[in-house]
Design a protein around this ligand. Structure first.
Ligand SMILES: *Cc1c(COP(=O)(O)O)cnc(C)c1O
Length: 395
């Protein structure tokens, strides 16, 4: 049956939707209601790292479904403890709070930073974030998201947030005051255009934060969980943040998020009663998170990302050589961007790709964003290359 779009009249129209009705998926492919098959290079915005209909993942969720779905955080359950252990180990940090989304993870991280500063006698600790950042849409996270269009109708937001220039240490230093409680960055910027934090910059931020006892918050919601070829992208810079936020691929489609803190921060921030979530870390979602970690290990997902990254990079570089409107490739691992010049509109390219059975999304001003499932193989990259090339040729 073809979707009756009138059914959407009761949905608040905050999203511009593509004219596709997706019904099911299999591996790296999605199928619409007319049976058309698409190669997915967006993973539901960086979520479906294991692709679709992964049999082991689904089996583990089904098993939990028949045991218990929800308990609230008033009782113990083994799944949450195991999920926290998995996440602490992968991040090299210490303690976890589970949320249901990225934006909530950022909210939690902000509260941790405020509380840490409060314990030192600083009330109303302020934040430094970065231009072209994206941290979410709830009021706190929106305050850190440097996008005038997103912020304007909702002011006043959290006061005292300042935006520095990404990869520019002196622009950060200029904004620091006695009240600064945290510096927040995406280890690789996503939505605002794919920008990778330089190793030297990241390390200098770490040093600066240590000197001033400011907390360094790494937003790994999009670039984390293996997408960069390491569990978390800050590992590439050999930096350990004080707080890390995760979501998206953490649950591979289940509503999972988390903020993770170092031992030092854990000891001096949130205490009994300081934070909560009804759903956060529920047994079903944590079974999913644990399944993700198990499968990552069994199927050597990180190794696959490292193996395929040069191949994807080369594939994109070849398109730059062939098409003059393709300007630059940026990215880390299987999180890549391709900047297009003004002569061609990214939205039109995406539409053309859909006709050619390839799903892509945009980012930044006029960039294509590549976030394939982490289970892809070389042949899928070849297929993406052909569809994109065909699409480019029609312009
Ligand atoms: C998607 C995203 C968020 C927000 O996550 P939601 O689950 O949509 O609330 C925050 N930060 C980054 C870097 C993201 O990519």
């Amino acid at each position: 049956m073809i979707m009756d779009y009138k059914e959407y009249s009761h949905i608040i129209p905050t999203y511009k939707r593509f004219d596709i009705v997706l019904e099911h998926g299999d591996g790296v492919y999605l199928f619409d209601n007319k049976g058309k098959k698409y190669l997915d290079f967006s993973s539901g915005i960086g979520v479906c790292a294991l692709g679709y209909n992964h049999s082991k993942f689904n089996a583990k969720i089904k098993l939990q479904l028949d045991k218990i779905i929800h308990t609230s955080n008033l009782y113990y359950n083994q799944n949450i403890a195991k999920a926290a252990k998995n996440l602490a180990k992968a991040s090299a940090l210490d303690q976890v709070f589970f949320t249901n989304s990225g934006t909530e993870s950022i909210e939690g991280a902000m509260k941790v930073a405020r509380k840490y500063a409060f314990n030192k006698g600083i009330k109303g600790g302020t934040f430094i974030a970065f231009k072209h950042s994206f941290h979410g849409r709830s009021l706190g996270a929106l305050s850190l998201t440097a996008n005038e269009k997103y912020q304007k109708p909702f002011r006043p937001l959290i006061c005292g947030v300042k935006f520095a220039k990404y990869n520019d240490l002196s622009s950060v230093k200029r904004l620091i005051t006695e009240k600064t409680c945290a510096i927040v960055l995406e280890s690789v910027q996503g939505e605002g255009g794919i920008n990778v934090a330089h190793k030297g910059f990241y390390q200098a931020l770490r040093k600066l934060c240590d000197e001033k006892d400011i907390l360094l918050i790494a937003d790994e919601i999009q670039c984390g969980m293996g997408r960069s070829g390491k569990f978390f992208a800050y590992e590439h810079a050999q930096v350990l943040p004080d707080i890390m936020t995760s979501a998206k691929a953490l649950g591979c489609g289940l509503s999972a998020g988390a903020f993770v803190v170092s031992k030092k921060v854990a000891q001096r921030s949130l205490e009994l009663g300081d934070h909560g979530s009804t759903y956060g870390g529920n047994p079903l979602v944590c079974a999913g998170i644990n399944a993700v970690f198990d499968i990552f290990k069994e199927e050597k997902i990180l190794e696959n990302v490292c193996k395929l990254t040069p191949y994807l990079e080369k594939s994109l570089e070849e398109l730059i050589k062939e098409f003059s409107f393709c300007k630059q490739r940026k990215g880390l691992g299987l999180m890549q961007g391709l900047s297009l010049d003004k002569s061609i509109k990214v939205a039109e390219v995406i539409k053309k790709c859909q006709e050619n059975s390839l799903l892509l999304i945009s980012c930044g001003k006029n960039d294509l964003r590549f976030l394939p499932p982490l289970i892809i193989e070389k042949t899928h990259i070849d297929q993406m290359h052909e569809s994109l090339r065909m699409s480019f040729k029609s312009f």
